[in-house]
Design a protein around this ligand. Structure first.
Ligand code: XMP
Length: 504
C-alpha cells in the first residue's frame, strides 16, 4: 500500500480557509524546524513539467522585456529554464529557440559527411573554402551508408592527396544506436577511448555524432549544472497562445526541438485554452505542455484532467499586473499556490508559481506552499541578458520592464492582445491589465540567480529540508500581522550600504 504523504501545512491552510483568509507572500513566514541540513548541501533538483527537469527551480517569464535567446541561454546554463515570449512573430520565436538549442554542440544531428570516392586533396580544398574548423568527417558509400571516419590524424599522415578518402579512413569504429543520450555517450567514449561516436540507425545510416571534447565540456566542470536535454543541448521553452496561431507556432517550434510549450494566457481555465491543449497533445504527445494561468484548485484540476504536463499559477500577483484592480478578480498568491498544488497532488504534474516574487525568501515560501518551480519577471528584469537597451535617467542606468497586458505591449503585438482576449477591440479601445516602467540596470543575471538560490538554500536549512520535496512536506507557516512584517524588514536604521539581495 502506498503511504499517503503528510503535508505539515495542511492544518494551517485549512484554518485560514475556515477564517475566510487567503494569503500572500507578505502575510506569512515559514516556521523553523530542527535541522541537520547544511544550506550548501541541499539538493535543488526539481521539475517544470512532467519530463522537463530543472537543476534549480527558477524559470524566466515569457515577457518581451525578460526572455529572448540571451536570457534563455543563461538561465539554462545556470540550471534553470527560460521561456521565450510570444510577442515575437512565430518565425523569429522559433529562431530564438534554435539559437538556444545550438549553443552547445551536444549531439550533432546533421554532421558534414564526405564520400569514400572523393580525393583527399578535394576534401581539404572544400574544407578551406567553406571555412570548416573541424577535421573529423563521417564517410559514406554511394548508397549513403556510413562506412568510416577520417580525422585530423588521417589527413596528417596522408602524403598523397590523390588517394581516395576510402583509402585513408578508419573503419574500425565504435558506433552506437540512435537515441544514445549524451551521458551514455560520455561513458561509452571514455571506456573505449574514442574521440568520436557515430550513431547509426538499423540500415547503417548515420543519424548523429558525438565529439568527445564537446561531450566532456557538457558533462564535467562548470557545465555540470547546465540544464540539458538527452542530446546534450540546452533546454528551452516557448510561450504559445490559443487556436490556429498557436498551432502554427507549435509546428515551427517542434522543428527546432523545443522542450516544452507554455500555453500562456491570463485565464487558463477557459474553453479555448483546453481545446488548444488537447490539440497540441494529440499532435505531439511526446512534448510537454505547461498551461496557465490559474489560481483556483478546481481550475488546476481541470487542466490536469485535460492533459496538462505542468500548471502555472498566478492571476494578478505580478509586479506590473493590474488585472486584480481592473477586473476585480484574483486569489492572493500563497493561498493560490497551495490550493492548486493540493488539488492535483498525486498526479505527478508540477506547479509553477508565477509572479509576485520580490525577495529570495518568497521563493522558499512558494515552494513550501506547494510549488515545484517559480517564474520570475521583475527580479530578472533589468539584467544584461534581457532584451532592450539601457536607458539613462539622471545619470543612472535603467532598463524597461512592462506587463504583457500593458498598453505598449498590446499595441505592439497581437499575441499580447490575445493574452487578454482583446482581439476584437480597435487599438484606441484597448483595456490594459498591466503597466509599463523601468527598473535599475542589474548587471549579469547570474548574480541575481546566485543570490536567490543562496536565500532559498538558507531557508531550506532553517526548515530542515534537504531537497525540494522535503520543503513541500515539512513547510509550516505563521500568519503574520503588519507589525510582524515591519519587524521582518530592517527598521530603526538608515541603510548606508546596499546589500546585494535586499532593496526596499
Ligand atoms: P513579476 O512579479 O515577477 O510577475 O514581475 C511576472 C508575471 O506577471 C504576469 N504578467 C502580467 N499579469 N498583466 C497581468 O495581470 C500584465 O500585463 C502582465 N504581464 C505579465 C506573468 O504571469 C509574468 O510571468
Amino acid at each position: 500500500m502506498v503511504k499517503k504523504e503528510r503535508f505539515k501545512k495542511d492544518a494551517f491552510f485549512s484554518k485560514m480557509s475556515r477564517l475566510g483568509l487567503a494569503l500572500s507572500y507578505d502575510d506569512v513566514r515559514l516556521k523553523t524546524g530542527h535541522s541537520e541540513v547544511e544550506p550548501a548541501a541541499v539538493n535543488l533538483l526539481t521539475k517544470f513539467s512532467r519530463q522537463v527537469s530543472l537543476n534549480n527551480p527558477i524559470v524566466s517569464s515569457p515577457m518581451d522585456t525578460v526572455t529572448e535567446s540571451d536570457m534563455a541561454i543563461e538561465m539554462a546554463k545556470l540550471g534553470g529554464l527560460g521561456i521565450i515570449h510570444r510577442a515575437l512573430p512565430p518565425k523569429e520565436q522559433s529562431q530564438a529557440v534554435a539559437k538556444v538549442k545550438f549553443y552547445l554542440n551536444g549531439l550533432i544531428k546533421k554532421p558534414i559527411c564526405i564520400n569514400q570516392d572523393e580525393k583527399v586533396g578535394d576534401v581539404l580544398k572544400t574544407r578551406e573554402e567553406k571555412g570548416y574548423k573541424f577535421h573529423t568527417f563521417p564517410v559514406l558509400d554511394v548508397h549513403g551508408k556510413f562506412v568510416g571516419l577520417v580525422t585530423q590524424n588521417d589527413f596528417e599522415f596522408c602524403i598523397n592527396q590523390n588517394l581516395k578518402v576510402g583509402d585513408i579512413m578508419s573503419a574500425d569504429l565504435k558506433c552506437e544506436n540512435d537515441g544514445t543520450s549524451v551521458k551514455e555517450a560520455f561513458d561509452i567514449m571514455r571506456k573505449n577511448k574514442k574521440k568520436v561516436l557515430p550513431l547509426l540507425d538499423q540500415e547503417k545510416k548515420l543519424v548523429g555524432m558525438y565529439v568527445f571534447s564537446d561531450v566532456k565540456r557538457i558533462m564535467t566542470g562548470s557545465s555540470a549544472q547546465y540544464n540539458i536535454d538527452a542530446n546534450g543541448n540546452l533546454r528551452v521553452g516557448a510561450a504559445v497562445g490559443v487556436g490556429e496561431e498557436a498551432l502554427e507556432r507549435v509546428e515551427l517550434l517542434v522543428k527546432k526541438n523545443i522542450d516544452v510549450f507554455v500555453i500562456d494566457t491570463a485565464h487558463g481555465d477557459s474553453e479555448r485554452v483546453i481545446k488548444t491543449l488537447k490539440k497540441i497533445k494529440k499532435l505531439y504527445p511526446h512534448i510537454d505542455v505547461v498551461v496557465g494561468n490559474v489560481s483556483e484548485g478546481h481550475s488546476a484540476k481541470r487542466l490536469v484532467d485535460a492533459g496538462a504536463d505542468g500548471v502555472k499559477v498566478g492571476q494578478g500577483p505580478g509586479s506590473i499586473c493590474t488585472t486584480r484592480i481592473i477586473a476585480g478578480i484574483g486569489h492572493p498568491q500563497v493561498s493560490a499556490v497551495y490550493e492548486c498544488s493540493k488539488a492535483i497532488r498525486g498526479s505527478g504534474v508540477p506547479v509553477c508559481a508565477d509572479g509576485g516574487i520580490k525577495y529570495s525568501g518568497d521563493i522558499t515560501i512558494a515552494i513550501g506552499a506547494g510549488a515545484d518551480s517559480v517564474m520570475l519577471g521583475n527580479m530578472l528584469a533589468g539584467t544584461k541578458e534581457t532584451p532592450g537597451d539601457i536607458v539613462m535617467v539622471q545619470g543612472v542606468p535603467y532598463k524597461n520592464y512592462r506587463g504583457m497586458g500593458s498598453l505598449g505591449a498590446m499595441e505592439k503585438s497581437k499575441a499580447s492582445r490575445d493574452r487578454y482576449l482583446q482581439t476584437g477591440s480597435g487599438k484606441d479601445k484597448l483595456v490594459p491589465e498591466g503597466v509599463e516602467g523601468i527598473v535599475p540596470f542589474k548587471g549579469p543575471v547570474s548574480h541575481i540567480i546566485d543570490q536567490n538560490l543562496g536565500g532559498l538554500r538558507s531557508g531550506m536549512g532553517y526548515v530542515g529540508a534537504a531537497n525540494i520535496k522535503e520543503l513541500q512536506l515539512k513547510a509550516d507557516f505563521h500568519h503574520i500581522s503588519g507589525a510582524g512584517l515591519s519587524e521582518s524588514h530592517p527598521h530603526g536604521v538608515i541603510i548606508t550600504k546596499e546589500a546585494p539581495n535586499y532593496k526596499t
